[in-house]
Design a protein around this ligand. Structure first.
Ligand code: ATP
Length: 235
């Protein structure tokens, strides 16, 4: 397993956001976490990237515990996080934003070559590389946030609600990009409210309900599960 959560719990003060969560991400996979508002999806990603501290349990990445490490050490190990709401730097240009994704890297040539790769994958970012990020559309900002994460040359990409607030045609484009990134060898943990999209992309899925793991299984099985269909797919 590339990433493993064992009996993880996270509290925010008195609020218990996540309880007894165990999950695994095999190398190469797209694994999705679906669930309604406040189910604990964002908290799970934050625990993986060291932004939320565990109350109990442990997280292993490539067989080693990472939950005791600060967030920047976890980035250095190879976990990149595309946060909910993109969180790009609005006053910086597209290219400056992309370069911040490589801030821990010392291999200058590798960084330049990865910048070329990101521009190749996202021609629109290349066209707009000197444009201030805040003037970009929602879809372009999402591409920028993904491109910035790729600049860390991650071994695992965590994506929080990449489809949020985007028009259906842009959502399709983002979905295709996630598939391409994965096909190029980057495993992905995808958090989505758009359960249909997430179950289409992923091989394995976890369903969270108010901080508890409600269901897990192969994505196509959850897609056919009656509870999932009624609660999350509107069928
Ligand atoms: P959404 O899709 O609405 O973002 P989510 O599944 O990502 O939901 P989380 O954001 O992980 O859910 O939140 C899980 C629970 O923890 C919620 O009850 C939320 O109110 C609570 N919570 C999240 N962040 C904090 C915080 N900083 N302080 C206190 N409670 C928090």
């Amino acid at each position: 397993m590339l990433l493993e959560l064992r009996d993880v719990a996270v509290n925010y003060g008195q609020v218990s956001a996540l309880r007894h969560l165990s999950m695994s991400v095999p190398d190469g996979a797209i694994v999705t976490i679906i669930g309604g508002n406040g189910a604990g999806k964002t908290t799970t990603l934050r625990a993986m990237s060291g932004l939320a501290k565990l109350a109990t349990g442990e997280i292993l990445f490539e067989g080693e515990r990472i939950d005791t490490l600060p967030a920047d050490r976890i980035v250095a190990r190879g976990i990149a996080h595309v946060p909910e709401g993109r969180r790009i730097f609005p006053d910086m240009t597209v290219e400056e934003n992309l370069r911040t994704g490589a801030f821990l890297r010392r291999d200058k040539a590798g960084v330049e070559s990865d910048l070329d790769k990101v521009y190749h994958r996202f021609p629109r970012l290349k066209e707009r590389r000197t444009q201030r990020a805040q003037t970009m559309s929602g879809g372009e900002q999402q591409m920028l946030a993904i491109g910035r994460a790729l600049m860390a040359r991650p071994k695992l990409l965590l994506m929080d609600e990449p489809s949020m607030g985007l028009a259906p045609v842009i959502v399709e484009e983002i979905a295709r990009i996630i598939e391409e990134i994965n096909a190029d060898g980057v495993p992905v943990v995808l958090v989505e409210q758009n359960a249909g999209l997430a179950l289409d992309l992923a091989s394995h899925a976890y369903v969270l309900e108010t901080g508890n793991l409600a269901l897990e299984g192969p994505a196509h099985e959850l897609h056919d599960n009656e509870h999932v269909r009624a609660a999350y797919l509107g069928i």
